[in-house]
Write a protein of this length. Structure first.
Length: 341
């Protein structure tokens, strides 16, 4: 069972999420009834009803005191009703009274439930993404050399590792130190991208230790760093919400190195846990146009940016975070600004 599947078995614990009534703005073309189909996400379904789909917890009357309050499944028939607290979605024929969608005993496996966002776009980042605190291999355990006379080291080959206390039978993930993530305003190094190379199993402990390369995405090189494999479940169930405190950052990198960013691109933000960023935070992307020269005052002036879309944080580190582009109304670029919508 993968980490992603295991994570769907975890109980979702969230803080109460407050939204003003005017936040639940219905789309003029919203349906009165919608039947859930395979491939839907909670964000997509909410977007059929709301102009701001990240407010779906309020639309569905999600109760944070109940485990997995948001689970719905393909084939569920959802009806929009008006209550004293505003619009709510109900399951047709389930007899839930005046409340929203509530959990119930059902035989459907939890991993067939409709996810909040399209998980196939983030699965690799849940299992393999890492931000390293240093760009010096000496600050980590590392691959020192191939253990056999191989020029190219891949799956099935052996390597020597130094600086690790791992014991036989334990596994280590192999990463290559990549680009620096820097704050575009202060120039501070926020961390370094760890490029996932593969995984090795310890055959013999010591210094050096002997590892068998069990999995290799790329050739393993001397100087690649070794990090203990984390088998704990990664969070793959989210409650989208808007930050309640001021937050401002930038897109500082985009996966695959493309210059323009569109829907379902994965981007790296210059703000992380130390800045108050939380899993599920929804942020608006605002284009940052180039400065202009005022011919009258001879000053360099920064024009205002235009909204370009929204992103949702799905992976959190101390000083940076990974976010998935949920909507894109204009092209986005590295250095574009992110703020609460």
């Amino acid at each position: 069972m993968t980490r992603l599947c295991r994570s769907l078995l975890a109980v979702l614990a969230v803080l109460p999420l407050l939204a003003r009534a005017d936040d639940l703005q219905l789309r003029p073309d919203h349906p009165d009834v919608y039947v859930v189909v395979r491939g839907d996400t909670l964000w997509d379904i909410s977007g059929r009803f709301l102009t701001k789909p990240w407010y779906w917890p309020q639309l569905w009357g999600a109760n944070p005191q109940i485990a997995n309050p948001h689970l719905i499944y393909p084939g569920d028939r959802l009806r929009l009703v008006m209550t004293a607290d505003g619009p709510r979605l109900m399951r047709d024929g389930q007899g839930h009274g005046s409340g929203g969608i509530s959990p119930q005993v059902r035989a459907t496996p939890i991993d067939t439930a409709v996810p909040a966002i399209p998980l196939e776009h983030i699965q690799a980042f849940l299992e393999e993404a890492v931000v390293l605190h240093s760009n010096r291999a000496a600050d980590f355990a590392y691959v020192a050399s191939a253990a056999d006379e191989h020029i190219a080291v891949g799956a099935g080959d052996r390597v020597y590792g130094r600086g690790t206390a791992a014991q036989p039978g334990e596994s280590l993930d192999i990463f290559r130190i990549g680009e620096a993530y820097r704050d575009p305003e202060s120039g501070e190094a926020l961390g370094y991208n760890g490029l996932f190379i593969g995984r090795g199993n310890v055959q013999r402990a010591g210094d050096p230790a002997t590892l068998s390369v069990a999995q290799a995405r790329r050739e393993v090189l001397a100087g690649d760093v070794l990090i203990p494999t984390d088998d704990s479940p990664m969070k793959a169930s989210y409650m989208p919400h808007v930050p309640t405190t001021p937050l401002r950052g930038h897109i500082i990198s985009v996966v695959d190195g493309v210059s323009q960013i569109g829907q379902y691109s994965v981007v790296v933000l210059s703000r992380g846990q130390r800045d108050g960023v939380e899993l599920g935070h929804v942020l608006q992307v605002r284009q940052v146009p180039p400065p202009i020269d005022d011919p009258v005052t001879r000053q360099r002036v920064q024009p205002p940016g235009d909204p370009a879309g929204t992103v949702m944080v799905f992976r959190l580190f101390e000083r940076v975070s990974y976010a998935l582009v949920m909507t894109a109304t204009r092209p986005m670029h590295v250095l574009d600004e992110v703020t609460p919508p």
